[in-house]
Every structure is written in structure tokens, then in C-alpha cells.
Design a protein around this ligand. Structure first.
Ligand SMILES: *[C@@H]1O[C@H](CO)[C@@H](O)[C@H](O)[C@H]1NC(C)=O
Ligand SMILES: *[C@@H]1O[C@H](CO)[C@@H](O)[C@H](O)[C@H]1NC(C)=O
Length: 353
């Protein structure tokens, strides 16, 4: 048994609010789907006539709007929702920071290849789903758009939250649509004043989450080449992004490949797309057990675009070559910046599998 380490009693108010914000975000990300379904079912079954009519009208809207995620989401999301103060407290809980290595121009669209997934991609949430990161000042004119699992866009009520964050489906159709969007300021799609999309994909996805252990940067990338092919066929640059210390905010029980735990996780992921993880961070009043992440500074470093020449019919050899080039580019980014963010960094390297 671990010895429980209690939080001091005299925690300042802003720290308490940060903890509440982290709890709300965790609740939405982990249980938002299920909670929304339950709330909607209760309203539909137990509500008065007016509420039930509203629910049915909403279901009609959902049907008409069912392709919203597949079509890349709703632009840059809801600026009102992304600007709620709670997200600022969430950012400051860790705190989470964003750094750029080169300027990226808003005259074209990009694939942002994001690593590592971590358990719940908390830094990506703060940096790219909210208005409380340096994104708008570092990358003016570009929409940050995280691609997520398609089923989120079919859950009543919760889908509105996901769309308000600015997210889109990670299907090939949605990614291609965003990549091929016009960069002309006068076009209909750009009437929000932005002219470019950063299409953010967690290449390792849910599978990578199962490898997330403190100080371990195991990336599921070796066989993932779909994004390389999409980059080639559309001729869009690939920008690598690394979130340093994202792997440190939760623990999970040992689950080496081949163990019964990992086999169970892979089995559930095969059916649902989501990896079940017994993650442990800290609680409200103690630092030993609980579903809250640990307070740990996370910095997302955005690398330089790897320029991709358009090639509508790339051969397997051409795809493999660009994939190899991208892996080298990613390793260089990690090795160049790790000393600034990782303690005892000499022994920490990317483990690409
Ligand atoms: C987003 O943040 C910027 C700078 O932090 C601020 O100027 C702007 O008003 C915010 N947008 C909204 C809709 O609150
Ligand atoms: C990271 O995890 C992988 C896969 O579970 C394991 O093979 C590797 O040894 C770990 N690396 C470190 C530095 O702990």
C-alpha cells in the first residue's frame, strides 16, 4: 500500500479553482458521452410535453446535421465556448504552454502530427481546443482543429460540446475536406477571418495511450502511414508536434505487450476504438489516488513543416521514404528540445514502434 500524501489545508483559492477546472474537464472527456446520453434519455422519458417536443426536434436537427463531424466540424468552433474562464484555470492547473520553432504561414493547410497521445491528451486540449493558449498569437490566421473518433459526433448534446471545441472527425473524408479547403480570405468558408486549417491528428491514437507511462515516450508510428499518403496525395506539409511531459501526469498499472491486461485492452479497443485504462493521478485532498491529473508543467513544441510534394499516385516505396524522413524529423525535434523540459533527459529518447 502507498502512504497517502495529504494536500495542505491553506491552498489559495485560485489553486482550488484550477483543481475544479481539471475535474470538470476530466469528467467531460472521460464520461461526457455517457452522461449526455443519460441526461438526454431522462429528458425524453421524464420531461413534460414541452421538453419532450424539444428533444424530438433536437433529434431531427441531429439527423439533418449528422455529417457535421465527417465534414470537418464547425470551422474554428464556438469562440464563446472556447473562451470560457474555466479553460484558463485548466491550463494553469498544470500549467500548459505552447512553443513554436518556426513561423507557419496561413496561406496553406497543414497536417499536424501529434505525439505522444498520453492518456487523455490534456495539453492538446488546453492548447488547441480553447482560447487560452498562445496559439492565436503564435500562428495567426490558422484554425487549430483536433481530429477525434467519429462516434462523438453522434451522441446527443455531447456532440455540440465537441463541435464547439472546434473538433472534427478523424475519418479520411473529414481530414481531406479540411486539407483541401480554400485559403482565399474571400471564400465562404473563411468568413470567420481565418484562412488556414491545422488538421491535428494523434497518429498513435488510442493504441499509444496503452504505452503511456511516466518518462516513456513510446510512439505507435512505424506502421502508421495513412497520414503520409494523405499528405502526398493532397501535397500538404506535415508539422510534427511533441508535448513534453504529457506522459507524466498519470500512472497506469504495468501492462507490457503480451500481458493479460494489455490483451484485454487491445480487445476492447478493437471493438470500441477506445482503450480502457485504469489511470491514477491524484485526488482533491490528497496526492496519492484519484482521477485528477498530477500538476506537472507540459510544453507542446510545434516543429517545422516537412514539405511534401504533391503526388496523386504515390508508390509504396515513395510512401516508405517520406515516412522515414518524417520519423527522422520527429526524432530531431525531440532530441533538440528535450533538455529544456525533461529532468535527467540524457536517458530519455523516443521509442518508435
Ligand atoms: C480570445 O483570447 C484573446 C486573447 O487572449 C482575446 O483578446 C479575445 O477576446 C478572446 N476571444 C473571445 C471570444 O473571448
Ligand atoms: C517503455 O515502454 C516500452 C513498451 O512497454 C518498453 O519496451 C520500454 O522498455 C520502456 N522504456 C523505458 C525507458 O522504460
Amino acid at each position: 500500500m502507498l502512504k497517502v500524501e495529504w494536500a495542505p489545508l491553506n491552498v489559495p483559492l485560485h489553486r482550488r479553482l484550477e483543481t475544479v477546472a481539471a475535474a470538470v474537464e476530466m469528467f467531460l472527456v472521460v464520461l461526457g458521452n455517457v452522461a449526455a446520453l443519460i441526461v438526454f434519455a431522462i429528458l425524453l422519458i421524464k420531461g413534460n410535453t414541452f421538453i419532450r417536443v424539444l428533444c424530438v426536434v433536437y433529434l431531427g436537427f441531429l439527423y439533418i446535421d449528422r455529417d457535421a463531424g465527417e465534414n470537418g466540424g464547425r470551422g474554428f468552433g464556438s469562440q464563446w465556448f472556447r473562451s470560457l474562464t474555466i479553460w484558463r484555470y485548466f491550463r494553469d492547473y498544470f500549467p500548459i504552454d505552447l512553443v513554436k520553432t518556426v513561423d507557419i504561414t496561413a496561406d496553406q493547410n497543414y497536417i499536424f502530427a501529434m505525439f505522444p497521445h498520453g492518456i487523455l491528451s490534456s495539453s492538446a486540449f488546453a492548447n488547441f481546443n480553447t482560447n487560452y493558449s498562445k496559439w492565436k498569437t503564435l500562428f495567426p490566421g490558422i484554425r487549430s482543429k483536433i481530429m477525434t473518433l467519429d462516434f462523438h459526433f453522434y451522441v446527443p448534446l455531447f456532440r455540440e460540446v465537441v463541435l464547439a471545441w472546434g473538433m472534427g472527425s478523424c475519418s479520411a473524408r473529414s481530414i481531406k475536406k479540411l486539407l483541401l479547403q480554400s485559403n482565399d480570405i474571400n471564400s465562404e468558408e473563411n468568413k470567420d477571418g481565418y484562412t488556414s486549417n491545422a488538421v491535428m491528428i494523434f497518429i498513435g491514437g488510442a493504441q499509444e495511450a496503452a504505452y503511456c507511462h511516466p518518462r516513456n515516450y513510446t510512439l505507435v508510428l512505424k506502421k502508421r502511414k495513412g497520414f503520409i499518403k494523405i499528405a502526398m496525395t493532397t501535397g500538404k506539409s506535415i508539422v510534427p508536434c511533441i508535448s513534453f511531459n504529457e506522459v507524466d501526469i498519470f500512472d497506469q498499472p504495468a501492462n507490457p505487450p503480451g500481458s493479460w491486461m494489455r490483451r484485454f485492452q487491445d480487445y476492447v479497443r478493437g471493438i470500441t476504438g477506445v482503450t480502457p485504462i485504469l489511470f491514477n493521478g491524484r485526488g482533491f485532498f490528497q496526492y496519492t489516488y484519484g482521477f485528477l491529473p498530477k500538476r506537472r508543467a507540459i510544453t507542446t513544441v510545434v516543429g517545422s513543416p516537412l514539405i511534401v510534394e504533391k503526388n496523386e499516385n504515390p508508390t509504396n516505396e515513395q510512401i516508405d521514404k517520406l515516412h522515414e524522413q518524417f520519423c527522422e524529423h520527429l526524432i530531431t525535434l525531440f532530441e533538440t528540445h528535450k533538455a529544456k523540459y525533461i529532468e535527467d533527459h540524457e536517458s530519455v529518447h523516443l521509442n518508435i514502434i
